[in-house]
Design a binder for this molecule. Structure first.
Ligand code: NFS
Length: 649
């Protein structure tokens, strides 16, 4: 039975999205929201995780009457196996993304990089140093080659543990050793997990779940971290940059090209090509004022962080962007790209172009992106988009005028710089602000949208509430874009919305109370920031003791499951706005929500309501503050200029 369709206002919270959902109805176009509503009641065996189709004696479903599948697997085994396979999916996605970047870095180092180059030599030397690679008196390409080969070794290592784990605080590493969850090569972890979940291999839910955490660490302290580091070397370490977000960034008088997906190699080249005089001239010849490049989802975050390219929207807005009728081309690569896009686009003139052989969709035009000839490939895509401009039907165009200014680009390097300048760059002022209680703690709010919930709403309510209660918010992915769209990512917001203590710090430093740290692979930057807080001193000696909490309010992808696991394995409590598909096993649920705390220092918490989540974040932060002995209330005082100069920030 289909559910009664929800109204546009029930489906989304942002006015631009509401307008486009209404237009979708008028244009008779389906979206993820209408499809979700027509799904009706979703399969309860899937939702609780007790459906097993890992062999062809099944599919088996666990019920009180049939507590075991044909092979004898019980709910614990089945739920844990399904969960581990989700973690593998996420780890594989981030890590394959990383692999592509590492191979690009290797090609550059070997002189075969085409239009790609090492943009940030300083980052190259810093990162190489972290892997004990000699940097003194060596050419960039030599260092880059050794680093690329070291990274490749992180994928292929058979017996050696990941070197990237050593970037974590020592005590955290000791916890991983004790629990025997330090991963070996990334590829091995994924293959081994698939082996373990094959019929008749690993049946102990505890062993399976430990493997889930082990595999997740191969993502957070492996693939994802390597992806962020390599992208910084190739394209530059993000520094604060101004831009805008929401569907209103689309320009009626320009050729609109949207990049959507994840890997920055293609989008970087498109960003360069969009400013090429030849392309601008072509656009003018076609009657447009220029080419307007905008981003969707995490690829948007990549080019926003480094180039200030505006964000058209987050996950739930990909179809809505096409429905504006003003998009000439949507260029996609991998991950979070809905297969519905060509169908939606068939009602308008938009061409959906897939660019990689590992991700094709029927109805999309497939034009493989030639990285060896990146700029030429990007320019030819833009010329094709310009050609398509004449097919735009003005009667179908309606671009919402909502957009908000934002400041993004908060890599760990950028945060250090903001806090202390070029010469004194460090986390010290932030640690001090936390110790003194001006900032109560830190929350990482990350992840997707999910049409099961009113899009952006949980993210927006929670973020506003936390900054009001003096919690510094770090964001990535679609969650960051949700905040950008309501204007929470400008320093001015701090003045209006943040609590007194957080406002003082933000005002002194000139940063927003909500920091955009990048795409989903850049969750590794949040781990890096946590490691910096520990290294700076005064907040304990492992990440598990920090007054810091992770939240995935509206998550939906396997990547989000993996991210949640590596945050927990790194000692961080993680609040989920939507539950895992694990409720069919009490043992698995207890392991994830309680036992994990004993092993790693963090665990999962399911909190469906954003205001309850805010309370829970504060409880967890206060608990950590108490354990650290920094829970005493400091007296509030007004600062004059003299006091201000004495502030550490
Ligand atoms: Ni991450 Fe979710 Fe996708 Fe990015 Fe957005 S949906 S898990 S936030 S775009 S990867």
């Amino acid at each position: 039975m289909p559910k009664t369709p929800r109204t546009a206002e029930e489906r989304v919270v942002n006015q631009a999205s509401i307008d486009m959902l209404k237009k979708a109805d008028a244009d008779c176009v389906d979206t993820c929201f209408s499809r979700y509503d027509s799904q009706g009641m979703q399969c309860k065996f899937g939702v609780t995780g007790v459906c097993c189709k890992n062999c062809h004696m099944g599919p088996c479903r666990i019920t009180p009457r049939t507590p075991r599948g044909v092979c004898g697997a019980d709910a614990d085994t089945i739920v844990a196996r399904n969960f581990l396979r989700e973690v593998v999916g996420g780890c594989a996605a981030h890590s394959d993304h990383a692999r592509h970047l590492v191979l690009r870095l290797k090609a550059v180092a070997e002189g075969n990089g085409g239009d790609y180059k090492i943009t940030d030599g300083k980052a190259l030397r810093r990162i190489a140093g972290q892997y004990d690679i000699e940097t003194a008196d060596r050419e960039e390409h030599e260092i880059a080659l050794e680093l690329a080969n070291t990274f490749i070794g992180e994928f292929t290592a058979q017996e050696e543990e990941l070197k990237t784990l050593r970037l974590a605080p020592l005590k955290q590493q000791a916890k991983w050793d004790k629990a025997k969850v330090a991963p070996k090569g990334i590829d091995r972890m994924c293959v081994e997990s698939m082996h373990r979940t094959h019929i008749g291999v690993d049946h102990d839910y505890r062993n399976l779940l430990l493997q889930a955490f082990r595999t997740s660490l191969a993502d957070g302290w492996g693939g994802a971290r390597i992806a962020s580091m390599t992208a910084d070397i190739l394209f530059g370490t993000p520094m604060p940059v101004r831009s805008e977000a929401n569907l209103g960034v689309l320009e009626e008088k320009q050729v609109n090209v949207i990049v959507h997906g994840h890997e920055p190699a293609l989008s970087e080249m498109l960003a360069v090509a969009a400013n090429d005089p030849e392309i601008i001239a072509c656009a003018k010849e076609a009657g447009a004022e220029g080419v307007n490049l905008a981003g969707l989802c995490c690829t948007a975050n990549e080019i926003l962080m480094r180039r200030g390219v505006p964000v058209a929207g987050n996950f739930h807005q990909q179809e809505l962007a096409v429905i504006t009728g003003a998009v000439e081309m949507m260029v996609v690569d991998v991950q979070c790209v809905m297969p519905s896009l060509p169908t939606v686009a068939s009602s308008y003139h938009t061409e959906i172009v897939s660019t990689t052989d590992i991700a094709k969709t029927i109805g999309a035009t497939h034009i493989p992106f030639k990285a060896s000839d990146g700029l030429a490939s990007a320019k030819s895509l833009l010329k094709r988009a310009i050609d398509n401009f004449k097919k735009r039907d003005p009667a179908k165009v309606s671009v919402p005028d909502e957009k908000k200014p934002l400041v993004a680009g908060f890599s760990v390097e950028a945060i250090k710089y903001m806090l202390g300048g070029t010469f004194r760059g460090s986390f010290r002022p932030l640690n001090d602000a936390i110790i003194q209680g001006r900032i109560r703690g830190v929350a990482g709010i990350v992840g997707c949208n999910n049409p099961k919930t009113q899009a952006d709403s949980y993210i927006n309510i929670l973020t506003a509430e936390l900054i009001k209660r003096n919690v510094l918010v770090l964001q990535t992915g679609c969650a960051a874009q949700a905040s950008a769209k309501v204007g929470s990512m400008t320093p001015e917001t701090a003045l209006e919305q943040a609590g007194d203590g957080l406002r003082e710090v933000c005002e002194t430093v000139g940063m927003p109370p909500v920091l955009h740290m990048g795409s989903c692979v850049d969750n590794s930057r949040i781990l890096e920031a946590a490691a910096e807080l520990v290294a700076e001193g005064g907040l304990g000696d492992d990440m598990g003791g920090l007054p810091a909490v992770g939240v995935a309010p509206e998550w939906m992808s396997e990547k989000a499951v993996t991210i949640g696991c590596y945050f927990v394995a790194s000692g961080c409590d993680v609040i989920l706005g939507l539950p895992f598909h694990t409720s069919g096993s009490e043992n698995v649920s207890r392991f994830l929500q309680e036992d994990a705390k004993e092993i790693f220092g963090g665990a999962f918490h399911e909190v469906p309501d954003p205001m309850d989540a805010a309370d829970r974040v504060l409880e967890l932060i206060n608990e950590a503050r108490e354990n650290l002995g920094i829970d005493k209330k400091t007296e509030r005082k007004l600062y004059d200029m003299k006091d201000r100069r004495q502030l550490d920030v």
